[in-house]
Design a protein around this ligand. Structure first.
Ligand code: AMP
Length: 273
């Protein structure tokens, strides 16, 4: 495995490679969720590239940019054992300059749900993913459905800017008890960890409701809010696969998304019905 820090050097090295490139962008503190993406990229491509970059432009002032878990040595080992060919580990200075061209998230779909509590977050995400895709020029890039709004916006960016890459959505990997794996789970103490299970509980209740009978979004949302207490709920939103709010849950075309705060940790989860 080659560890590369410079964007231009990685671009040069990958240009010289033949065959398909699978790319997994991450912020590190790798867990089984990331590893599933990496294993799939490895299986489906000739060359596998993983990036680890805690992207400053997607954190708002006062968020956890400095505290975000960084596990350089463990992450390197995981990538090496997973058979990654190139690990891209850039510095913020090598990725960003002064007074730059950047991308704006769409005015509606970039500023609802997580975009409401974190205005500007998705502009930072799109800008960095755009840079990373331009550096790596992958055949396929792998993203988790856990970050459903991010995935949708990246798919939009690729379509809107006519980018030549296949985005591969990957199912959410969970702990045995159902909590969606996340690097931020490390922030939770025992009590918060226990309470955070209300998120999967609420999503399971929603699934059972809609499988039993036709349900309105209002009914489902109310039942979920009850199950989520005492967590602080940022949103429970029910949309179709185009991310438009819907009044009735339609099996095969619905995503139910939750963002809740346990202690001071923001947790995201969703279910595709
Ligand atoms: P992050 O390092 O949190 O930015 O995540 C990097 C990529 O891994 C993103 O595409 C995430 O959606 C994906 N990911 C994070 N957690 C999970 C999970 N539990 N299951 C599947 N994919 C995940």
């Amino acid at each position: 495995m080659r560890v590369v820090h410079s964007p231009l050097e990685l671009q040069k090295l990958l240009k010289a490679e033949e065959g398909s490139i699978g790319f997994v962008p991450t912020m590190g503190a790798l867990h089984l969720g990331h590893r599933t993406l990496i294993d799939t990229a490895k299986k489906e491509n000739d060359i596998t590239v993983v990036s680890i970059f805690v992207n400053p432009t997607q954190f708002l002032a006062g968020e956890d940019l400095d505290a975000y878990p960084r596990k350089e040595e463990a992450d390197k080992k995981i990538c090496e054992l997973s058979g990654v060919d190139y690990l891209f580990y850039p510095s913020a200075e090598s990725m960003y300059g002064e007074d730059e061209v950047s991308l704006n998230a769409p005015n509606v779909r970039g500023y609802i749900m997580e975009g409401t509590s974190r205005p500007g977050h998705f502009s930072g995400v799109l800008t960095v993913v755009n840079k990373l895709l331009n550096i790596v020029k992958p055949t396929k890039a792998y993203f988790g459905k856990k970050d459903a709004q991010q995935l949708m916006l990246i798919e939009m960016m690729v379509a809107n800017l006519f980018m030549d890459v296949e985005i591969v959505p990957m199912d959410t990997v969970r702990e045995k008890d159902g909590l969606a794996m996340s690097s931020r789970n490390a922030y939770l103490n025992d009590k918060e960890r226990q309470e955070s299970l209300n998120i999967i509980k609420s999503l399971r209740i929603a699934t059972q409701m809609v499988m039993r009978k036709e349900c309105s979004s209002v009914e489902v949302r109310e039942a979920m809010l009850e199950a989520l207490a005492p967590l602080e709920v940022e949103y429970v939103t029910i949309v179709n696969r185009a991310f438009e709010p819907i009044e009735k849950v339609e099996i095969g075309n619905t995503i139910i998304l939750v963002e809740a705060i346990s202690g001071s940790t923001r947790l995201l989860d969703n279910i595709w019905i």
